[in-house]
Write a new protein. Structure first.
Length: 372
């Protein structure tokens, strides 16, 4: 029984020693993230095969006697911007400033990855894990090609063509870059021209052209306004001229009427009215000749015996007189009709139109004598 117990203890101790020994000599556990690939590097070089993202354990190092290193490389997509400060455009003889926006990645095939591991040295190390960064790969294979080829493609266009078709020009650049990178481990997935700045002379010329266009439009609008105002003023002038002609003709006719109707008896009758009104004023003093008291008809300026004959009216004057009377009557009728229309529309209060007062018998007698 004691022998069995001793044998069991010995086996347990041996197992524990073996476990401790195994823990001491086993390889390191490595985690490979997404966007990376890796290879195991022994003393004789890289082992065959590419490790993909996941967990795995490195071979045993036997307390450092067998050096083992894991080298991972970035293969995920990256965005890169290349700033071109000045590109001479031969067709325009001007400099163009622009940016090249690129999405680029490492080709995911074993031949391209082996080329990276065989030509580049890992520059970052964390224990037994070291890394070949994307920046190393880009600086070695991509940057010079992208800057050179993009400028070569743009130099074959004019600045106007570049601005007119940015998408097409970007595709031309992408095709040319991938053609130059076909034997490299890099692949360009997208190319775009960004932050493109034309020369100041072009900006100034475009601004001046736009300002000239605006000035032309303003001049055209001003011309139309002036023409419209001139036409309106012309029409107003015509109407005013017609009004002035009618007024002048009416005035002439009125003068003819006055010259034809005002006779000595009419003047005497009007003078008698004035004298009558003046006689009502107690403050008026009269200086009269003694002959007036003997013959009061002298105040009227007429022949008291009625021997003064009224000259007959000239036929031409009579025609003008009739024309003036017709115009005056027509103007009166038009005014009455206009006032009546405004009353019907509610513009004026509805009151009766004042009829002209009937002439006095004295005025009628004088006017009838004048008409004769």
């Amino acid at each position: 029984m004691k022998k069995v117990l001793a044998g069991g203890v010995a086996m347990f101790v041996a197992a524990m020693l073996f476990f401790v020994f195994w823990l001491s000599v086993r390889g390191e556990l490595v985690k490979l993230k997404v966007g990376y690939v890796g290879k195991t590097k022994m003393a004789s070089g890289y082992q065959e095969g590419i490790h993909r993202p996941g967990y795995f354990r490195l071979p045993s190092t036997w307390w450092g006697l067998v050096p083992v290193q894991f080298v991972q490389a970035e293969v995920c997509d990256h965005h890169v911007t290349e700033h071109i400060e000045a590109l001479y455009m031969p067709k325009d003889k001007l400099n163009l400033k622009f940016d090249i926006e690129i999405t680029i990645s490492v080709k995911d095939d074993e031949q391209s990855l082996d080329a990276i591991y065989s030509r580049l040295t890992a520059d970052r190390q964390d224990g037994s894990v070291s890394t070949i960064t994307f920046q190393q790969v880009y600086n070695t294979y991509g940057q010079s090609v992208i800057r050179t080829v993009s400028q070569q493609v743009l130099a074959t266009h004019t600045i106007e063509e570049v601005f007119a078709d940015l998408a097409g020009t970007s595709q031309d650049i992408q095709k040319a870059i991938n053609e130059h990178l076909k034997n490299s481990p890099l692949e360009v997935r997208m190319v775009g021209i960004g932050m493109i700045s034309p020369p100041d002379v072009i900006i100034t010329a475009v601004e001046k052209a736009k300002q000239r266009e605006i000035d032309n439009e303003v001049a055209k609008s001003t011309k139309i306004i002036n023409i419209t105002n001139a036409e309106a003023n012309y029409q107003i002038g015509l109407i005013e001229q017609q009004i002035q002609l009618v007024e002048a003709e009416t005035q002439v006719l009125c003068d003819v009427v006055l010259n034809s109707t005002v006779s000595r008896p009419y003047i005497a009758q009007r003078s008698l009215r004035v004298l009558s009104n003046m006689a009502k004023n107690p403050n008026v003093h009269w200086l009269l000749s003694t002959e007036v008291f003997e013959d009061p008809a002298l105040l009227l300026g007429v022949d008291p015996l009625g021997t003064t004959e009224v000259e007959p009216m000239d036929p031409a004057k009579q025609e003008l007189l009739d024309r003036a009377l017709q115009l005056i009557e027509q103007a009166k009728q038009d005014a009455i009709a206009e006032i009546q229309a405004e009353k019907e529309q509610g513009v004026l209060p509805n009151t009766s139109l004042e009829q002209p007062s009937e002439p006095s018998s004295e005025d009628s007698n004088v006017e009838s004598q004048n008409n004769q």
